[in-house]
Design a protein around this ligand. Structure first.
Ligand code: ADP
Ligand code: MG
Length: 565
């Protein structure tokens, strides 16, 4: 390791030289209180910024052990510090002059969710922070004086003010850790109480706008119906009340614009912890919950959708169904079966984004079109056995059809954003109407044996390109994977992680013998144990990642159009 002084001297020696001379800076430098590592130097001022990291030793960082003694708490601490550092570098009035990305200092931007990221890692008390810096230039000529300011003035202050326990607002950090403990407590309690989700009284569910995840101002706070209200004794906040949604089949009904989709969206995001002030801090769902929706046009590779679709006019085999261009109902059926494979314990369905013929077939239609002619067994006929045989609960938003009254265990009406338990009334009323005949047979045992082959083209490619486009698409080599309908994917860095996980699975895991279910479990274990950086070759981090769930990883592999069996 070299000294900080040596870095200063190097900077002097390369000033005014051509941009490539910046490469000489690569290496590690001792700044006494921390170590600075220049890991990757950009090729020119317009390229992606250079990658740097800082390692603060445990005795300097000084964070109390009880702040990171569980994975969830460690992730919360890491998230908190990343935000602090981000604020430090964003707040600086300094702006290096120059061409391209000169003077840019950035770190992963954290949204409303608390996610594990490669940006910052607390390990054995030490803190490793990864960030990016645009090395300054005038045209293509090195401006080392500006970089000196960045590395010797701005960075040391920012590091000290955000990564040293003695220097930060300790109360705020403590609050974040306490909130995390409470959230984890609720998540663990759900199973014990036979609940699949909890929504605290007072929660703010709607968001500011379609493009902002921040809480809506002046929203009607959540208020549980008395019959569903449970009290939880949280380790830090103490007694908290809210609506416990029982396992089984729950229906949300109500007029248009009364808040049905809003609560379902809050529940689908409840698989993540949210930061204080989000409004959904204490909206907690089964961590394996999967939103099921129609996804016309997706590719499906050898999925058994026969529980829902049979007798297709083209005589296609629906037990091993493949298509490049799925219809609404076949895509929703495949999403469901893949959700089963991914170990989901809760499905969330909104009529707004479902294929109608997947959800329901009305009486009149049943009379006119005989069952033998109709390839689809709608979800309503399977939802019970899904729970009875596989233990998977469903929460369904249905504003326009009463047919689900027969099969629901709990019926909740949303009225001007307030939920009412109308189970009794709905069941009474339903008596006078024929039930959509649910098939009495059990849920067909799902074949757990989908064992994909690796993509040989990818194996031969020695420079595999990876690109993440927001949360809607990724590119692996030249292949695009559509992710825009994975509504529980929340962060561009999760998309990047999916791309790396897909590549890792293709090159290291898929072999025609391991099932996708196993692949999902293996990846999850690996990420728990060795972190996101284990997705990179030799652990060399080359982009910022945030952790996706196993459910999204498998969904991504399933959408890879070169998946073969
Ligand atoms: P539905 O699915 O029942 O038609 P939505 O959930 O789409 O209704 O909600 C309709 C509108 O009401 C949305 O613009 C949403 O942001 C807003 N909204 C939802 N919940 C609340 C609330 N608790 N307070 C204020 N506005 C809300
Ligand atoms: Mg709606």
């Amino acid at each position: 390791m070299q000294t900080a002084m040596e870095l200063r001297n190097k900077l002097k020696s390369i000033d005014h030289r051509g941009y490539p001379a910046y490469k000489e800076l690569r290496g590690q430098y001792d700044f006494k209180d921390y170590m600075l590592s220049i890991d990757h130097v950009q090729g020119d001022p317009f390229a992606a910024p250079s990658r740097l990291s800082v390692w603060v030793k445990a005795d300097k960082a000084g964070f109390p052990k009880e702040f990171y003694d569980t994975l969830a708490k460690r992730v919360t601490l890491q998230d908190h510090l990343t935000r602090l550092f981000g604020r430090e570098i964003a707040g600086g009035s300094f702006q290096a002059k120059g061409s391209g990305k000169s003077g840019l200092l950035t770190v992963s931007r954290c949204g409303q969710q608390v996610l594990e990221r490669t940006a910052l890692k607390v390990k054995d008390g030490g803190v490793t922070l990864r960030f990016e810096a645009g090395f300054p230039a005038n045209g293509r000529t090195i401006n080392a004086r500006e970089l000196e300011k960045m590395l010797f003035d701005i960075l040391p202050d920012s590091v000290r003010r955000s990564l040293y326990y003695s220097k930060i607002d300790q109360n705020k950090l403590k609050q974040a850790i306490c909130l995390c403990e409470d959230q984890q407590y609720i998540r663990e309690k759900l199973g014990e109480l036979s609940l699949c989700a909890f929504v605290a009284d007072g929660a703010i569910l709607p968001r500011e706008s379609g493009i902002s995840e921040r809480p809506m101002k002046g929203a009607v706070p959540f208020k549980s119906p008395d019959s569903l209200r449970v009290t939880l004794n949280l380790p830090n906040q103490g007694a908290v009340t809210g609506m416990g949604i029982p396992k089984g089949i729950t229906l949300f009904v109500g007029g248009g614009y009364h808040g049905k989709s809003t609560i379902l969206q809050a529940l689908q995001n409840g698989v993540y912890n949210h930061i204080k002030g989000d409004g959904r801090e204490l909206v907690i769902s089964d961590a394996t919950a999967v939103k099921l929706r129609a996804e016309d046009g997706r590719s499906i590779a050898s999925v058994d959708i026969s529980p829902f679709i049979g007798n297709l006019p083209n005589k296609k085999d629906t037990a091993h169904f493949s298509t490049e261009d799925a219809s609404g109902s076949t895509s929703q059926a495949a999403n469901l079966m893949e959700g089963v494979e991914a170990g989901s314990g809760l499905f969330l369905i909104d009529e707004d984004t479902s294929a109608t013929n997947f959800m329901i077939r009305d009486q009149l239609m049943q009379e006119v079109i005989s069952a033998g002619e109709e390839p689809i067994t709608p979800f309503i006929c399977r939802v019970n056995s899904l729970y009875q045989d596989l233990g998977i609960s469903s929460i369904i938003v249905a504003g326009s059809s009463g047919s689900y009254f027969h099969v629901a265990d709990t019926v909740i009406q949303m009225k001007e954003y307030v939920p009412y338990d109308i189970t009794q009334r709905a069941k009474e009323a339903a008596k006078d109407y024929p039930a959509m005949t649910g098939s009495e047979e059990g849920f067909p045992a799902y074949l757990d044996k989908r064992c994909p082959l690796p993509d040989m083209g990818l194996k031969k490619d020695d420079r595999i390109k990876i690109k993440a486009m927001g949360t809607s698409e990724l590119l692996l080599s030249r292949e695009s994977v559509e992710l825009r309908y994975l509504e529980q994917l929340k962060d561009q860095e999760q998309t990047a992680a999916l791309a790396w996980a897909l590549k890792f699975a293709q090159l290291k895991l898929l072999d025609g013998r391991k099932s996708l279910k196993q692949v999902g479990e293996l990846l999850e274990k690996q990420l728990d144990k060795d972190g996101l950086e284990s997705l990179f070759e030799r652990g060399d981090i080359s982009s910022s990642l945030a952790r996706p769930r196993k459910q999204e990883i498998l969904a991504c592999i399933n959408r890879y159009r070169k998946l073969r069996f």
